[in-house]
Design a protein around this ligand. Structure first.
Ligand code: SF4
Ligand code: SF4
Length: 55
């Protein structure tokens, strides 16, 4: 998964939810680190529609 930082409202909901704990808050953005298994949980919870599958 990848986060569109233009759309992300930095609500941080996805950070606590990720079972692999690979979503991290930076100063001005939220990013997904290596190792995502595409479980889809973050994509479902994001209120901004900012998370997308990588193509
Ligand atoms: S798809 Fe699942 S494993 Fe990947 S970042 Fe989102 S919650 Fe974490
Ligand atoms: S749930 Fe969506 S809006 Fe909230 S921090 Fe994650 S990517 Fe950004």
């Amino acid at each position: 998964m990848i986060i569109d930082n233009e759309a992300c409202g930095i609500c941080e909901k996805c950070i606590d939810l990720c079972p692999l704990n690979i979503i991290k808050r930076n100063v001005f953005s939220v990013v997904i680190l290596e190792g995502c298994n595409n479980c889809g949980k973050c994509l479902e919870i994001c209120p901004c529609g900012a998370i997308h599958e990588e193509v």
